[in-house]
Design a protein around this ligand. Sequence first.
Ligand code: ADP
Ligand code: MG
Length: 700
Amino acid sequence: QQVEKTINETIQDQLGPIIAPIKSDVDKNHISDKKKQLPIYYCRDELLTMIRENNVVVIVGETGSGKTTQMTQYLHQDGYTKYGRIACTQPRRVAAMSVAKRVSEEVGCELGTTVGYAIRFEDVTSDDTLIKYMTDGVLLRESLHEKDLDQYSVIIMDEAHERSLNTDVLFGILRKIVSRRRDLKLIVTSATMDANKFSTFFGGVPVYTIPGRTYPVDVLYTKTPVTDYVEAAVKQAMAIHLSTPPEGDILIFMTGQEDIEVTCYILEQKVLELDDDQGRHPKLSILPIYSMLPSELQARIFTKSEKGNRKCIVATNIAETSLTVDGILYVIDTGYSKLKVFNPKVGMDALQVYPESRAAANQRSGRAGRTGPGRCYRLFTEIQYNTEMLANTVPEIQRTNLGNVVLLLKSLGIKNLLEFGFMDPPPQDNMKNSMYQLWILGALDGKGELTGVGKKMTDLPLDPPLAKMVIAAQKMGCVSEVLTVVSMLSVPTVFYRPKDREEESDATREKFFVPESDHLTLLYVYQQWKQHDYSMNWCNDHFIHYKAMRKVQEIRNQIADIIKKNGMQLTTCGQDWDVVRKAICSGYFHHAARLQGIGEYRNMLTGMPCILHPTSALYGMGYTPDYVVYHELIMTSREYMQCVTSVDGSWLAEMAPTFFSVKKSHRTREEKRRANREEMEQVRSELMNEKQNEEQNEDL
Ligand code: ADP
Ligand code: MG
C-alpha cells in the first residue's frame, strides 16, 4: 500500500495532474482471457511438439503475438524447468524488466521468485527462479564462467531480428554449445521474415511461423520534407485527437529521451489549453517511454485508457518490436532513430540520429494495425522513403566498437577472431580498431593475446577504459575512490536541474566543484552524500537525484563484491586525490587533450579539436590546465569534452611512453607552439605507422 502510494505520487510529480492514477490490482480473469486471445495460443501444442522433436527451432511471429510472454510459460508447463531454468534474452533492459514483471503477474508470483530478471548491475532472481528474462549481455557474461550454460534447459534468444551486438556474439557461442549439449533446447525468435538466415546458420533447422492476425494500415506521407519533427508530430497528434472519436490510441516514434521530453511537454501544454476550453474534449494522457525512464513510469503505457479517454505514447524504437501496447490505431513516425555508430574521426562510438531503415518504418506502421484498421502518418515524403532510407538497419556488430567483444572472445580462448562463427562478420577495420584500443590499454600484447591486465579487465562488467582505471587503482592504492568514480559514471547524471529553477540548481551544483576535475567532483558528491547517511533529504536539498544515487550505491556494491572475489583490496587514498586523477589518466590517455588556445584543446592522438563543456567544473572555475583527459565527446554544434580531469603531462609519458614523450627545453612560446604542432604530427604519423605495422603482424 505504502509503496503503491509513493509510486503514484512520483508519477503525479513527474507528469502533472493530467494523468489518472494507476489501477494497481491486476485482474486475474482478465489476464487469462487475454492470454487465450493471443495468436500463439492457437498453436501452443504444435509449437511444443516441434520443440520436443528439434534441438534448435526458429519461431517467427508478428510483434504482439505472444512469443516473449507466453513461450516461457508454455515450456514451464511442459516440464522443461524440471531439468534447468528457462532463459529468455532481450536486447533491451527495459524489455527484460517489463516483460518479466508481466509474466510474474500472469504466473501469479512475486517478481524475483519463480519469474525474475537480470540486467547489468541488477539481478532480480533467486534460487527458485525458473523463468529468467535477461539482457543478452548478461547471458554472454554468464558464458564466461559457465562454459556450457548448464543451468539452463532452454534458451530463448528473443528479438533476434534486432541483431544487437551481444545477440550476434551469442549466436556464435550458442552454436558451439548446442553441438556439445544434446539436452539443451535453443529457440530463436524473430518478428520479421528474414528468419531463414537464422535457420541456415544453425544448419537448416525448422522455422515455425505463428499465423498472424493484423489489420490493414493506411500509410500517409508528408508532401514536403519536415524541418522540425517534434513540432510536426505534436501538430499531427493534436489533429488526430481533435478530429477522431477517442477510441484508438496514438503512438509517436521519437529519437530519444530529449526529444520525447520536449514533445511531451508541448503536448501537455496543448492539452491544458484544451482543458481551459471547459472540458468539451476527451482527456488525452501523455505517456513517455524510453530506457532511462523509471520503471514505475514505464509500466504506465500498458494501463488501459478509461472509456472516452485517449492515450498518446511517445516512444523510442523500444515500441517498434520489443514492447507491444494494445489499442494503438494511429502511429506517427518521425522517420529517425538513434544508433550507436563507431566514429573513426574521434575514435569512439557516438550515439547519433539517423534516418531509420525502410524495414523499421514498416515495423512502426504495423503497430497501428493490431486492434483494427489503423493509420500511420509518416513525417517524411515518399521520395525520402525510397531514396534516403536503407532497406535494413545495419547490424550493430558492423557499426560499433568491439572492445568488450574482443576481450570476451579472447578470454573464451578464441585465437583467431575472424574465424569465430559470426553470422555476419564485423568489418576487419572495426575489429582491428578495437584490438588496437585494447592494445594501447595494455589488455592485449603485440601478438593480440590477452595479457594479465586484459584477464582482469574481463572479470569486470565495465567498458575496457573504466576497467583499466580500477585495475590501475589497485597499484596506486585508491580502489575505493576509483570505484565511486566509475559507479557515478555508470548512471546518466545525478544532477537535477528542474525547469524554472535552473539558476538555483546550478549554484548549488557549483558548491561541489573540485576545480581540477569533474571526476573528482562526482567523487566529492558521493562522499558528501555518504557523510549525510545516504539521506534522501540531503539529495533533495542539493538538487541531486536520490534514485540515481541509490543506483550508484548499488552498482558500487556490486563491483566491490566482484573485486573482493578476485582477491583485490578496497584500498583508499584518504584525501590525497592526486592518485585518483592518475588512475583516471591510465584508463583514458587515449582521450588526452592538450591546451591550444583560450579554452581550446586538441586530442593528442587524433588531433581532433575539442572544448570544455559548459557544465564542467573546470569551465565553471575558469581553470584551463595544459593537459586533460575526458570521459567522452559530445558532438553537437561543436565537439565538447564531457567529464574532464586535469592531468600531469609527465603521467602521460609514464603511462603511455609509446605515444607521449617529455621534452625539456627553454624555447620561446612561438617555438614551443610550432614544436608542439610538429611533435603532435610526428606522434600521429608514428602512431599510424605503428598501427599499420601492428596490423600486419597482428595474428587476428
Ligand atoms: P511478442 O513477443 O510476440 O511481440 P508479447 O509476448 O510481448 O508478444 O506480447 C503479448 C501480449 O502481452 C501483447 O498483447 C502485449 O500488449 C501484452 N503485454 C506485454 N507486456 C505487458 C504488460 N507489461 N502489461 C500488459 N500487457 C502486456
Ligand atoms: Mg517479444
